[in-house]
Design a protein around this ligand. Structure first.
Ligand code: PLP
Length: 365
């Protein structure tokens, strides 16, 4: 029996190579482990073309920990973050700022459309107290792709700083620090890099990080301290997720072998194409307009049947070896299918067949 394939946006299906990279134990003081960390960080900076002016700070924990740490470290206590919200992850970012007791403003957009950069420019002009802007690159709650370059331009033009949650896009979509101005870009080990969960990644502008001494309200989430300590010792402060780092090293080797970002994107685009055309044959249509959609995760309208229930569909498809993801919208009944992970068109084709059989069994086709 094959393990179930995760059609979820992380944790996701990883390769056997990545999984077997976790079969050794590493001492956190060991030079070999420090080299592993350094090589992973060097690769991550190179993926973002950020070797000149930026540094990579890894952090233990899931992606949300890294977002919270980036804000807590880079937003001064007297600063104000404008969060651009068109889905659940934007709301979560704003909530993190509230919880740490700093000033937050929210600019909300419809969930079925990208953030409008012109509206951001107007808001920044109206509210000079805003010092930073937070944006979600690919809003995973629907799969909508926000216009990062346009937003970064508007933010820089008004002299503000940008914090990007690129959790579900980093590694697959092109992000080039030579062209894009930002203070922090946040990602994690377990999405498009196809590692296992447990490590957050912050690519921070060096000058902004150096300035951030004393901003953090938290000991364990202080990226300035994490960075300074790592520079000095080569080590993480506090217990590192050793197996996760080793798995990410293996995942990055495979990433390069696949042709890096363009190669990864091409496979995800093929997965996306296969998924959307396959499910269209079953009468299932995407929630978003094609042009607004990233090839990362697709939200589909649920089948129009009075008895529709996601749990039942989930179980029917799970029995056939595939794991779906629930929708995250309150107004419309939807479910989501990820295009990312160590899967290709063949597995997506099988997943489409499994969804078809599941719907048939439930009498919803
Ligand atoms: C996955 C994800 C996160 C982090 O979620 P965790 O559950 O903490 O890993 C944050 N932002 C976006 C856009 C994501 O897709």
């Amino acid at each position: 029996m094959r393990e179930p394939i995760l059609l979820t946006p992380g944790p996701l299906t990883t390769t056997l190579k990545t999984k077997t990279a976790m079969l050794s134990d590493w001492g956190s003081w060991d030079a070999a482990f420090n080299e592993l960390t350094a090589s992973v960080c060097a690769d991550l900076l190179a993926i973002a073309h950020a070797q000149e002016d930026h540094v990579c700070v890894p952090l233990q924990g899931s992606g949300t920990f890294a977002v919270e740490a980036a804000i807590g470290t880079l937003l001064p206590r007297t600063g104000k973050l404008l969060v651009l919200v068109n889905g659940a992850y934007g709301k979560r970012m704003a909530r993190a700022v509230e919880v740490m007791g700093r000033q937050v403003a929210i600019l909300e957009f419809a969930e079925n459309a990208p953030v409008d950069a012109a509206a951001v420019a107007r808001r920044l002009a109206q509210e000079p107290a805003i010092t930073h802007v937070g944006v979600i690159h690919c809003e995973t709650s629907t799969g909508v792709l926000n216009p990062l370059a346009d937003i970064a331009r508007v933010v820089a033009a008004q002299g503000k700083r940008l914090i990007i949650d690129a959790m579900s896009s980093f590694g697959a979509l092109d992000i080039d620090a030579r062209e894009l101005q930002f203070d922090a870009l946040v990602a994690s080990s377990n999405k498009c890099l196809e590692g296992v969960p447990g490590m957050g990644i912050i690519i921070a502008r060096r000058a902004a990080l150096v300035e951030s001494l004393g901003n953090s309200h938290s000991l364990s989430m202080d990226l300035h301290d994490q960075y300074v300590y790592m520079q000095k010792t080569g080590q993480w402060r506090f217990t590192p997720p050793t197996h996760v780092v080793a798995a990410l090293r293996a995942a990055l080797d495979q990433y390069h072998a696949e042709g890096g970002q363009p190669g990864r994107l091409a496979r995800y685009q093929a997965n996306y194409q296969m998924l959307v055309t396959g499910l269209a044959r079953l009468g299932l249509t995407p929630f978003l307009a094609r042009d607004d959609q990233a090839p990362i995760i697709v939200t589909f309208h649920a089948p129009e049947h009075p008895d529709y229930d996601f749990r039942a569909l989930y179980e029917a498809v799970r029995e056939r070896g595939f794991v779906l993801y629930p929708g995250k919208l309150t107004e419309v009944e939807t479910f989501r299918v990820g295009c990312i992970g160590a899967i290709n068109e063949a597995e997506i084709g099988q997943a489409v067949a499994a969804i078809g059989e599941g719907l048939n069994q439930l009498g919803w086709l």
